[in-house]
Design a protein around this ligand. Sequence first.
Ligand SMILES: [Zn+2]
Length: 67
Amino acid sequence: MTTPECFGCGDSIPGGLEILGQYLCPNCEAELIRTKVGKLDYQNWIDHWKRFWEQTGIDLKDLNDQA
Ligand SMILES: [Zn+2]
């Protein structure tokens, strides 16, 4: 089994988690949790999440409509 490419950093590090078909490595998972507290790399993460949503192909407007 190959580890998918992390949408956060682009590395293939095993042990992460998959969200809506996109892979997040353990390093970025830890960083994401830390960022929620510190917000130091907040802008950086906004860019990552934009890419994440683009890759899932899910339209955020559709999600809002369904909710
Ligand atoms: Zn990563």
